[in-house]
Write a protein that binds this ligand. Sequence first.
Ligand SMILES: [Zn+2]
Length: 311
Amino acid sequence: MPKLLVVAVLGLTSLALAQQQDFSKVQIKVTKVSGNIYMLQGAGGNIAASVGEDGIVIVDDEFAPLADKIATALKDIGVTDKPVRFVINTHYHGDHTGGNLPFGNKGSTIIAQDNVRKRLESGSKGGNGGAMVFEQKPEQKAALPIITFDHDVTVHLNGEDIRALHYPAGHTDGDAIIFFPKANVVHMGDDYVRYGFPFIDVTAGGSVQGMIAACEGAIAQLPADVKVIPGHGELSNVDEVREYIRMLKETSAAVQNELNAGKGLDQIKKDKVLAPWEKQYASKSLTTDLFIETLYNSLTNQKNAPFVKHN
Ligand SMILES: [Zn+2]
């Protein structure tokens, strides 16, 4: 796994990352997805952009030091000289919101689910409820979402009804999946990623059950040929999302079986219950044992799982 993803997965703050990573080498790759929707990839989470005569809306904004490059790449698409009017954050993590400050300072209006603003404003602890732990510092005022929503919000621009829909307790407690119905594109945020076993921020209210529900809920209302922008990784499709959901369900069930048999976390790791998925999904930063721990903490947080005590 490239270093970038390691850092992204561990969710280090943009500041911490800026100190250890040389952003001067990062180039922004622009991919036309469909209609007037583009995908931008540099470092951190993928960006979706609606670029049209009314201006620009972006979904997520990577890291602060990349803001100028992102703005230039958007301009170079050649459709408009108008600025980024709106930034929609899919969740609070610094590799998706790090550019909020520079874009906010330049006049972009930042939109996010209520819990994203709370976590950005106060700072937030994150992690998988076990060995993965990080802390994200409070953000300056200009980096905070100005418009927040509980369930959903729609931005009507460039002839598109861009809809952000909240799915609770998935990757975090403030996730939004963003739909571009006219162009037939969806940005899944980090509820769907392509770097292997996903990071689930159990500490910030995430859960594997919510992640599964988010992915299933999203694809249930999408055409089979929708273009899927994952939180991280290359452009994708519904079939690949279904395969990911299957992996999440099967690995959860494998850990749940062990829980039902009264086994503890250490024993579940020793039993290597996720061995069948290891080759395809384990990475350096999200090892099989870390994912077992993530699932364990996620599943034992359930209200209807009184047979296991949470450690
Ligand atoms: Zn994330």
